[in-house]
Design a protein around this ligand. Sequence first.
Ligand code: SAM
Length: 464
Amino acid sequence: MIELPQRFIERIREQLGPEAEAFIGTYDEPRTQGLRLNPLKLGGPATGANGHESFRDELIRRFGLTPVPWCRDGYYYDEATKPGKHPYHQAGLYYIQEPSAMSAAELLDVQPGELVLDLAAAPGGKTTQIAGALAGRGLLVSNDIHPARAKILSENVERFGIANAVVTNASPDELAAKFSGAFDKIMLDAPCSGEGMFRKDPEAILEWSPDHVRMCAARQLDILDSAARLLKPGGTLAYSTCTFNREENEEALERFVERYPAFSVVRTERIWPHRHKGEGHFVALLRRQTDEEPASTAATSGRRDERCRRTDPADRSVREAMKLAEAMLRDVVPGFDLPAGEPVLFGEQLYWLPSVPGFPLRARDLNGLRTLRPGLHLAHVKKDRAEPAHSLAMAISTRQARSVASFDADGPEAGAYWRGETVPAPDGVNGWTAVAVDGYPIGWAKASGGQLKNHLPKGLRRPG
Ligand SMILES: C[S@@+](CC[C@H](N)C(=O)[O-])C[C@H]1O[C@@H](n2cnc3c(N)ncnc32)[C@H](O)[C@@H]1O
């Protein structure tokens, strides 16, 4: 039984009137659990004869999935099936996400090819959803201010197989100073007092107070200030919170629109747990009008990053690294085409930053920003060769790899691979081999002498 703060109950009664008791009653019910299937790996729900529908059906059956009405790829799952612990989770076939939280990215309605910013993105629920909507075209800048959370975000971007995302660890202000007026769409899933998370995260109850709500609202306005500067004229901003009070939602936006008359609120939506099957969420769509001068876009100045990152494609070391990587790509993933873009060399790590036609976000603009992932991680570059990066395995389909070893997800070979062990090589595989579970890549191995030498990164290996 959850004990709610008295002041919170009073405020809810003021806000909801006669509905308040039904709302308070939801705290005696179990919280809702959800997952979102990954269209980058599984295709869309009705994509015809590409072989994925049957696998979607398999996931639906295995995890007892039932659709979330407001999200195309969203499902409630049967808790007993524990999808978060299944190898398919590590294969990036879905993202565990509370169903209400799926509403914000749906409302933002991202289209393939757009330049999108997810300003407070960790651990990556909205980012993975937006990347699905981009369908590999355009670019997503995914940011979080907290270093440890940005690292988890970057890992989720990798697991989901997202090839067109840059992951940064910056303050909204730092980004606004660099990318003024650059983005078609911005997602701001703001840090909030978390009233909608009380069933999921009892710590949020302990932290809650009217003063905390006030502090959150002030912080939200600060972040909105930066979002206003980052959005292109004519662009749209989704603002969302997982809290119910008006101070952090409607009132924060009223104050914002007063301060920035070029913005208007197009639509707001609320998910209440006594009306919908979800924990609770607020989302608003705002539009920046077009009839103003576009601000100057992506800045090129900025101090160089402390670590040695080479972003000039004409730089000799970048050219040489790219030559080695191209040879590796031709050999290891002959079916994989690099989109238009440019290489970024970060020590021995080579990334590929896709370009978006007409948008000025170039690799050099990332100088001076803490960047965890400047695009798709392609390769580890050694003196005379390039080895495929784990991210590359996660971003390809088995059809694109020259050599593939696909194992049953629940079988002993997959288990041994997850533990970091050497696995007997199936007939016909040689050299760099994409290891897959049920046809979905999970990492690399190098085949020789009938064995697959394990190249799963140590941090991803699982005991048992
Ligand atoms: C609600 S969570 C984001 C959840 C994420 N969008 C998702 O869907 O997985 C809010 C995020 O805001 C970040 N944050 C906290 N303070 C911030 C600030 N002052 N500016 C920007 N982001 C901040 C937190 O690190 C946190 O990851």
